[in-house]
Design a binder for this molecule. Structure first.
Ligand code: NAD
Length: 248
């Protein structure tokens, strides 16, 4: 089996995806800006998972490193998972914050596609799964840059399908709802907001990183061989509708 490269691999959804794809038999390359702690580094070494410390937003460093890597091993699966949260509205967001979020949450996914697509196209074999968000489908207040970047990921996914589906490349995205990860731990400090957010998920709970990883693994698998340009919400029903609770 050829390699799967996962960005944002050191934590949360990315880490669960590395574990899931490894369990499914993929040789995995884990990319993250932060080095794994000693325990995770040891685990990955023992599992034969390669780690690369890279900032997905730094195109000048990323492109040569990934291109060189893809010259020595076939990388047919790309999971664009690196991302950061952000707060702010049009009236108060600072240009530097806007740029930072666009750079990591949107541009970084494109740069990794640019690094890996030439080889995928040459082999006419490739699968890209981008990690969008329910806030790429709907907007949330005080979340401008994140909403816009994730909306961009949705259209990046469809554009990749429009451009390369006929060349043997599948490009899809997951749009997670609230998932319990280090990124969302801070919301728990505002219990009312946290509960309200949970209540908007029809299943009445937050999701687990492993549940998103399972959806990503499906999109990577042969079972999804005719799925292309799609955005799969993994959100416990958040985007499906609202429940008023008049019946049990
Ligand atoms: P997390 O904070 O647990 O993990 C994010 C990882 O990305 C970290 O390991 C971090 O070091 C890495 N990262 C950050 N900037 C990077 C950069 N410039 N280059 C390389 N790596 C970088 O977050 P998570 O909750 O697992 O989120 C993963 C993805 O899922 C993100 O794209 C996020 O927007 C998306 N998402 C998360 C949720 C949620 O509720 N947790 C919901 C929807 C979408």
């Amino acid at each position: 089996m050829s390699y799967a490269l996962v960005s944002g691999a050191g934590s949360g959804i990315g880490r669960a995806t590395v574990e899931r794809l490894h369990a499914d038999g993929y040789p995995v390359i884990a990319v993250d800006i932060a080095r794994p702690d000693a325990a995770l580094a040891k685990q990955w070494r023992e599992q034969g998972i390669a780690f690369l410390a890279l900032d997905v937003g730094n195109r000048d460093a990323l492109l040569p490193a990934i291109t060189e890597l893809s010259e020595s091993r076939a990388i047919s699966t790309l999971i664009n998972c690196a991302g950061i949260s952000s707060y702010g509205r049009a009236t108060d967001i600072k240009p530097a914050e806007w740029q930072r979020v666009m750079n990591i949450n949107l541009n970084g996914s494109l740069w990794l596609c640019q690094a890996l697509l030439p080889d995928m196209l040459a082999r006419r074999q490739g699968c890209i799964v981008n990690v969008a968000s329910i806030f790429g489908l709907q907007a949330c207040d005080n979340n401008l840059a994140y909403n816009v970047a994730k909306g961009g990921i949705v259209q990046l996914t469809r554009s990749l399908a429009a451009d390369y589906a006929h060349c043997g490349i599948r490009s899809n995205a997951v749009a997670p709802g609230l998932i319990e990860t280090p990124m969302t731990a801070a919301i728990k400090h505002a219990p009312d907001t946290h509960q309200k957010f949970i209540d908007w998920h029809l299943q009445g709970r937050a999701g687990r990183a492993e549940e998103v990883a399972a959806a990503i693994a499906f999109l990577c698998s042969a079972d999804a061989s005719f799925v292309n340009g799609q955005i799969l919400a993994v959100d416990g029903g958040f985007s499906a509708g609202r429940r008023f609770g008049s019946t049990n």
